[in-house]
Design a protein around this ligand. Structure first.
Ligand code: FMN
Ligand code: SF4
Ligand code: FES
Length: 569
């Protein structure tokens, strides 16, 4: 072995990379100047990111990616964060330099179940040709007007019982912004005794404890879906350390639900007074109202009413009230996702514990309520806990506002005793089933609450009464189906909705909703696989969306085997 050993030498590399340009996209200085002009000079706070995105989108018609880059710089946020948030919400149209901007006008046609039953899918096929290439036509999940199905929204203007003719006429009218103007004004509300109760509270005619006790005794439960006892929630939050915050949930995204909008359109100050009484009773320093983007007319109206209150406050030291605009994401109705959204992030539900009552908005104890829960406060306190609990049918207590749509003569919101059956609701409040239709099935609680057959028409509709049937009442959104409808089609519609609205955070929901939709879109359903999938989604999803998404499919399998036999499952 006389060969010389060759030493292997490696060049010494300077491992430090010297970046030639700043990280991320370069900021275009003209764009930045324009953005500063659009947003004004006040310091920008991270929680307002979604509001700023709305300002840009409203002005430009879409979100050019170079504006997102400039916005990140202006706010001192990572570009990835701004991009992630902008692309999370359905109503933001992010357009890259190489992409084509969407047309200036968008027509959204609701493809929610009640609208589909009323012919929206046919409209969606015909309208693009009718309106031409310069108007964008897209499907949209339930826009909260199911009693006027089918519904289209031209720009911001809703078209009820939409037809090709009425959509075209709305486009031709050329006015694409909306403002709701027919409501009980502040003056009229006051003339009818409005704000007297709040006044009595702050003048020590009621104690905080009296008010909370009255609400506990009334049995009022939160009306956003989960049904947590309202008085108990107030007590829990009031015992948490200050500062305490409030978040009001007017996201109303559950397909079939429109009660919050109708009540807000009628009597906004009844809600605002209930909200301020809650703030007084619990010692809340700041209130955020989260209103879904689809309710444009309400937003303009509510904004003006809040400004009126600020000019002439009905109480000393009125908490600051901030109105926030959603951006098209059903999941932001889930309380912790809503809090994330108010904080300017993607609406992804938080893991619990801690609960929002302890660690909510900006890490503070937070009272979160559905709009209607607060709407009831004045009437229950004025009339007494016994008045509220004396209502009810079939051993249930209280009153409920049902949103009814589908195959009934008089759809709309119906104030009825808790525990009413679907048959009573249809016959006594909705003028019966549509002529030529036979009652076949019903959704007792919107898209999430399952589907029941007409043969089970005698179950009291309330919290806790439907679980044994694999269903729940949720926000009391009742959709009535007839012999001219198919529940397997309905289940496909609902699963498609959940697939599109899953926030994507956890696999059982993100993959499960897509897989379930694919499975039930086949001519024959793989029942063992669907059952396994449903179990995984229920057991392992982080939040109620993934846990409840399989309800409708499971109900089809359980209660409507005849439909699956027809399709060969
Ligand atoms: C997926 C999902 C969507 C929800 N959407 C809404 C909604 O749109 N509006 C609402 O008030 N509550 C909604 N909730 C219920 C809220 O998480 C929360 O329970 C409610 O806002 C609390 O207010 P309450 O006690 O007055 O009912 C939703 C829950 C889930 C899981
Ligand atoms: S269950 Fe669905 S919506 Fe809820 S956190 Fe998981 S992925 Fe998001
Ligand atoms: S408005 Fe179309 S389904 Fe609700």
């Amino acid at each position: 072995m006389s060969e010389k050993i060759q030493r292997i030498t490696t060049p010494i590399v300077d491992r430090k990379r010297h970046r030639k340009a700043p990280k991320g996209r370069r900021v275009d200085s003209d764009v930045w100047i324009h953005l500063q002009h659009l947003l004004g000079e006040e310091p920008k706070s991270a929680d307002q990111l979604i509001e700023y995105l709305h300002v840009i989108q409203d002005h430009m018609g879409y979100l050019p990616v170079e504006y997102l880059t400039a916005l990140a710089k202006e706010m001192g946020l990572p570009q990835t964060h701004v991009y992630e948030v902008a692309t999370f919400y359905h109503h933001f149209d992010v357009v890259k330099e190489s992409d084509t901007a969407p047309p200036a006008l968008t027509v959204r046609v609701c493809d929610g179940l009640s609208c589909e039953m009323a012919g929206s899918i046919e409209l969606l096929k015909k309208i693009p040709k009718l309106l031409g290439p310069h108007i964008r036509v897209i499907p949209a999940p339930c826009v909260g007007r199911c009693d006027h199905a089918p519904v289209a929204v031209v720009g911001q203007v809703p078209v009820h019982q939409a037809t090709e003719k009425t959509i075209q006429a709305t486009v031709d009218a050329g006015r694409f912004v909306d403002e709701h103007t027919q409501f009980l004004s502040l003056d009229d509300y006051k003339k009818n005794g409005g704000y007297a109760l709040l006044n009595a509270c702050i003048n020590n005619q009621h104690t905080r404890n009296d008010i909370i006790t009255c609400l506990e005794q009334s049995g009022l439960r939160g009306l956003g879906g989960a049904g947590f006892p309202l008085g108990r929630k107030w007590r829990i939050v009031s015992l948490e350390p200050a500062p305490r915050l409030m978040a009001v949930n007017i996201d109303e995204g559950e397909p079939g639900t429109f009660k919050d909008r109708v009540l807000l359109e009628r009597d906004p100050h009844r809600f605002l007074e209930g909200m301020l009484i809650a703030a007084w009773a619990i010692g809340i320093s700041k209130i955020y109202i989260y209103l879904r983007d689809e309710y444009h007319g309400c937003r303009v109206m509510l904004d003006k009413q809040i400004k009126l209150l600020k000019r002439n406050p009905p109480m000393a030291d009125m908490p600051e009230i901030i109105l926030r605009r959603g951006a098209g994401a059903y999941i932001c109705g889930e309380e912790s996702a809503m809090i994330e959204s108010i904080e300017g992030k993607r609406g992804m539900p938080r893991l619990r514990p801690p609960f929002v009552a302890q660690v909510g908005l900006f890490g503070r104890p937070t009272l979160e309520h559905n709009f209607e829960s607060l709407f009831w406060i004045r009437e229950i306190i004025e009339k007494g806990a016994d008045w509220f609990s004396s209502h009810g049918k079939n051993n249930r207590k209280g009153l409920r506002t049902f949103s009814v749509s589908g195959r009934v003569n008089q759809p709309g919101i119906k104030l009825a005793p808790a525990g009413i059956t679907i048959q009573e609701l249809i016959d006594e409040h909705c003028g019966g089933i549509l002529e030529g239709h036979r009652f076949y099935a019903y959704l007792p609680g919107g898209a999430s609450g399952g589907i029941l057959p007409a043969t089970l028409n005698n179950i009291p509709l309330d919290f806790d009464t439907l679980q044994a049937y694999g269903c729940f009442i949720g926000s009391a959104a009742v959709v009535v189906l007839s012999d001219q409808d198919s529940v397997s089609n309905a289940a496909r519609n609902l699963m498609n909705f959940f697939k599109n609205e899953s926030c994507g955070q956890c696999t059982p929901c993100r993959v499960g909703t897509a897989k379930a939709h694919a499975l039930i879109s086949k001519p024959s359903w793989d029942l063992p696989l669907l059952s396994e999938l449903s179990q995984v989604m229920r057991d392992a999803s982080i939040c109620g969306l993934g846990q409840a998404a399989p309800n409708a499919v499971d109900c089809v399998v359980k209660y409507f085997p005849q439909e699956l036999k027809k399709s060969g499952a």
